[in-house]
Design a protein around this ligand. Sequence first.
Ligand SMILES: N[C@@H](CCC(=O)NCCCC(=O)O)C(=O)O
Length: 255
Amino acid sequence: MPTRPLVGVIACRREVEGHPSHMVTDKYLSALRDYGLAPVVLPVWEDIAPAEIEALTSRLDGLVLTGSHTNVEPQRYGAERAPENTRADLDRDALALALVSVALERRLPLLGICRGFQEINVALGGSLYQAVQNQPGKLDHREPEGDKATRYAPVHDLDIQPGGILSRLFEASRSRVNSLHQQGIDRLADGLTAEAVAPDGLVEAVSVTEAEGFTLAVQWHPEWQPREHPLYDAIFRGFAKACEAYHGQVAAVSA
Ligand SMILES: N[C@@H](CCC(=O)NCCCC(=O)O)C(=O)O
């Protein structure tokens, strides 16, 4: 029986019922499952060793860096903490930034979402605005008030740049996306290509320019009801196809 591609999904540290925990919200895992993939949660420890990362990732066919209400430590990109930056996850930072190198070295399909998008930019030498809304000319990209349907509803236009991965996955040059973030890309890392921008010029999707594998990261949340949004659907279809191809290559080599 053909097996589903195994996709590592990074966790966040949370306290659950008084216990330190490693957590991923279901919408990421269910979206991957719905697109024929087998998600597995990757635990996060600040002191994780390279050998542990190797053991956790050596059998994966793809990697997802999820969103989170916590923020990448500003010291990671040489900044002081802004007063608006009140939530951290050092354990998550340690694994996330290491996983970007693992994915690139192994040509492992990599999908970054929201915080994951920001992590890829920082891992490759870029920096972040810690409060986009305080930047002159920038929109307020923060999570809307209301129920989940309201919070994850599309709220701003998106201009998709020609010639990139996203424009190959999705034929239209414009779409509308949800927005649940206070931080955003300030200095785009040298090795990244801007794949889409918001009306205020904020970069909202990137790919790794020289990557030989699928690498796409987006600031919005395509895991929210992807079957109901053509752009989100195109992203998950493209990622799943890349993971299936990687899985097949590994199987062929192992045969
Ligand atoms: N903390 C960062 C990234 C925002 C983010 O990832 N939000 C996710 C919300 C919860 C979820 O849907 O997973 C920022 O504020 O920019």
